[in-house]
Design a protein around this ligand. Structure first.
Ligand code: GSH
Length: 216
């Protein structure tokens, strides 16, 4: 059955793989599942046709036959549940890998996105200089804890899983902040994710969309 996802027609990240379709593309590449992409403008994302798929008017969405999903975490989880390779077979190991999916998208992503949003929206405000160190501390606290847990392991719990895929995707949002550089094991962890052939294919595919939109 054909899978169609949605992505930005012209991604604000300029094709650096930070838009949330990246994790979905990566998961589909990991399991060897071909997919189509429907590109959307910001305006089209707020129109009724897209709102019927995504109540918040965002990307990505995922359509497969009569199934329509939104939320990148739910989509990656769905892909991992229906194809081998992203979740272990052992029930307990599987539950732990799923736990890392939630940890990536709630515990880790939240302070990282709060910091990112402040940089976009508060940079010119008088309180930004005081607020930023607080936001940095919250991110650092989570990075400290994650770094301690990962230790010198390659992945968070045994073999590479959907939990690692989403954790690497989330940590990449810190690119350019210098914060990840303080944690050599997390830097190496992200690099291991980025070195996976499936990651490279997904990254190239989303970059090609931005390049085409910029040169076309
Ligand atoms: N929690 C959602 C976040 C989705 C999200 O923030 N999408 C962004 C792109 S990365 C978006 O569509 N932004 C445009 C908008 O909100 O208008 C997910 O993981 O899918």
């Amino acid at each position: 059955m054909t899978i169609t996802i949605t992505a930005f027609e012209r991604s604000p990240d300029r094709g650096r793989g930070l838009a949330r379709d990246m994790g979905v593309r990566w998961a589909l590449e990991e399991v060897g599942q071909p997919y189509d992409v429907r590109l959307l403008s910001f305006e089209a994302m707020k129109e009724p046709a897209h709102l019927a798929l995504h109540p918040f008017g965002q990307i990505p969405t995922y359509e497969e036959g009569d199934l329509a999903l939104f939320e990148s975490g739910a989509i990656v989880f769905h892909i991992a549940e229906h194809h081998p390779g992203l979740l272990p077979d052992d029930a307990k190991a599987r539950a732990r890998a799923i736990t890392w999916i939630f940890a990536a998208l709630s515990t880790m992503e939240q302070p990282i996105v709060d910091r990112e949003m402040a940089a976009y929206m508060e940079r010119d405000k008088s309180w930004y200089g005081e607020h930023l160190p607080m936001l940095d501390d919250r991110v650092r606290n989570r990075l400290d804890q994650l770094s301690r847990r990962l230790g010198d392991a390659d992945w968070l719990d045994g073999g590479f899983s959907a939990g690692d895929l989403l954790m690497v995707t989330v940590l990449r949002r810190l690119e350019g902040s210098g914060m990840l550089d303080e944690y050599p094991n997390l830097t190496a962890y992200v690099a291991r994710g980025e070195a996976r052939p499936a990651y490279k294919r997904a990254f190239a595919a989303q970059l090609a969309v931005f390049t085409a939109a910029s040169t076309g």
